[in-house]
Write a new protein. Structure first.
Length: 189
């Protein structure tokens, strides 16, 4: 098993939202999707795709074309190879269109005793699901921070809890990724 260092940054968001992970290069893309969902704080309720170079990987869905390769049959190593020197992109929620840029670096063998995947660093809080993409998120942040904004009351109530884009729940996100690592831990005999 070889480990890759992944820096995942949500494109176009201010303040910055990024995660740093260590992930086995042989992880299937459908599982990498679950790792990204857990690390970012998304709710895994929308379609997604990975893109590298001219290749796309996604779930089979005739409504979005049939040229995407199946995520269940590809691994992180495949997408790293396809990307070459170009960035890897992960798009979540085709309506809100959240683009995640993934910088992947091969770092070598796993460290004995560590479980993988591992969430190493958490910066910024992920936008709420179904907020309306970048413009909706900008309006959301403006409204919840300004009691005089016409949408303040509605969006504050919609959020359900205080929202600070600078304060992610890093412990909860790490726990979500750790649960996946434990679930996928190779069985020893």
């Amino acid at each position: 098993m070889t480990i890759a260092h992944l820096k995942i940054t949500l494109e176009g968001i201010a303040p910055v939202v990024s995660r740093t992970l260590e992930v086995p290069t042989d992880i299937r893309l459908d599982r990498l999707h679950l790792v990204i969902q857990g690390a970012m704080g998304w709710e895994n309720c929308h379609l997604y795709e990975f893109m590298a170079g001219q290749a796309r990987w996604s779930l089979p869905d005739p409504d979005f074309g049939t040229d995407a390769l199946p995520v269940a049959k590809a691994r992180l190593a495949d997408i790293i190879d396809a990307a070459g020197t170009t960035p890897i992109r992960y798009v979540y929620d085709f309506g809100d269109h959240w683009v995640h840029l993934i910088e992947a670096t091969i770092i070598g063998d796993p460290i004995p005793g560590n479980l993988y995947p591992r969430l190493l660093d958490v910066i910024g809080k992920c936008p709420p699901e179904d907020v309306g993409g970048l413009p909706g998120y900008e309006n959301f942040l403006s409204a919840i921070s300004n009691p005089k904004h016409p949408d303040h009351e509605e969006l504050t109530e919609w959020a359900g809890e205080p929202f600070d884009p600078h304060l992610p729940d890093a412990d909860e996100l790490r726990l979500d990724v750790l649960k996946l690592a434990k679930k996928w831990k190779p069985r020893t005999t």
